[in-house]
Ligand binder design. Structure first.
Ligand code: ZN
Length: 303
């Protein structure tokens, strides 16, 4: 598996984070090219006690650092430092290599640390979404992840302990790769099996899960159990618009708020507020429907 890429910086939204490239790497720290053939995505950690994507990107703006990476990821930001068509200096090794990955055939992702040299789970999940995005870009499928998504440690005979926690605790590395595979297979690192919930030609599976809906609404579970059709009918007819009689606020959640939250969606889409009116029981259905037909494809923020 390999792909010729001539792409430079990318502006995609990854797990709700727009990739930034405001601090490009100094040209003395990588190999410039107009295109190259890429196969591998090595995963790293920065090896500092605590840092951020921005501080790393700024660091590599200085000449003669003798190293670089394409991406730096932390809990809330992703900085692209080196253009994809250029070779970052991330896995060069004077002692030789264990596999055929080289700087020239790799896109390297550095995970930043949140304290005590450790990468937080949030950063790891952001890195997994970025990794899956790059896999799609270069044609790595879920079944090929184990071959082409590698630890820096797997690449070099020096056995560099990078990312350290994935070397000392391999189950964390397996978890990371499972997230990447889940994202490639289902769109979610949680690997939720896709169910379809169709109403008037629109699939509401981005905002509704009947088992979650039953578990989150004990009155409905008592009435309907886990009956998919009855629960979905309730969501369509009442659930999206049910409100707390005291506060007037929408009171039902159709799917884990880690996936979709209608209030967050409305608050980050002022164009929809203009089109539909402020979020309320009488406008809520428009927001749900819009997310299912357009919003998720546009990577609009919903959590
Ligand atoms: Zn490394």
């Amino acid at each position: 598996m390999s792909k010729v890429i001539s792409t430079g910086f990318i502006d995609d939204v990854i797990n709700g984070i727009k990739i930034s490239h405001q601090y490009p790497c100094h040209s003395s720290n990588y190999t410039n090219s107009s295109k190259r053939t890429v196969s591998y995505i090595p995963i790293h950690y920065t090896g500092n006690p605590k840092d951020t994507s921005m501080s790393n990107a700024k660091y590599f703006q200085t000449a003669n650092r003798k190293a670089s990476a394409h991406f730096f990821v932390d809990d809330s930001h992703i900085e692209q430092s080196v253009e994809l068509r250029d070779s970052a200096w991330a896995i060069g090794c004077s002692q030789g290599y264990k596999i055929s990955a080289r700087n020239s055939s790799s896109i390297s992702i550095e995970m930043c640390t949140s304290g005590n040299y450790l990468v937080s789970q949030k950063t790891q999940i952001n890195a997994a979404y970025l990794c899956a995005h790059l896999c799609k870009m270069i044609g790595v499928t879920a079944s090929q992840v184990d071959t082409y998504v590698v630890r820096h440690y797997d690449c070099v005979k020096s056995n560099k302990a990078c990312p350290k926690q994935y070397v000392t605790n391999p189950s964390e590395w397996i978890q990371f790769k499972t997230w990447v595979k889940n994202i490639l297979n289902t769109g979610s690192h949680l690997g939720v099996v896709k169910e379809d919930y169709i109403y008037q030609g629109v699939n509401y599976n981005k905002v509704f899960d009947h088992k979650f809906y039953a578990d989150a609404n004990t009155d409905l579970k008592a009435a309907f159990g886990y009956d998919k059709t009855k629960l979905f009918n309730h969501f369509i007819n009442n659930g999206m618009t049910d409100a707390d009689p005291k506060t007037g606020k929408l009171s039902r959640v159709g799917k884990t708020i880690a996936t979709f939250n209608v209030e967050v969606y409305a608050s980050h889409s002022p164009d929809l507020v203009s089109a539909f009116g402020a979020l309320s029981p009488s406008t809520a259905k428009n927001y749900y429907r819009h997310y299912c037909t357009n919003g998720y494809k546009e990577n609009r923020r919903a959590i």
